[in-house]
Design a protein around this ligand. Sequence first.
Ligand code: SF4
Length: 61
Amino acid sequence: MKAKVNSELCVGSQDCVNTCPEVFKMDGEKVVVIGAEVPKEAEEKCKSASDACPAAAITIE
Ligand code: SF4
């Protein structure tokens, strides 16, 4: 599983970082994805973060 953040849409709310710090981290006012693959144990949290993103900026593949 892979996660992507559209930095054009991200409003820097940090919700995803709080929900799933294994995958998302702040880089200035935007979020970046850590690593190429979402760790298996973080997949559910990553999906929750995607669903809860207020800007719909997170895509899961
Ligand atoms: S939850 Fe969405 S808008 Fe908020 S920091 Fe994460 S990617 Fe950006």
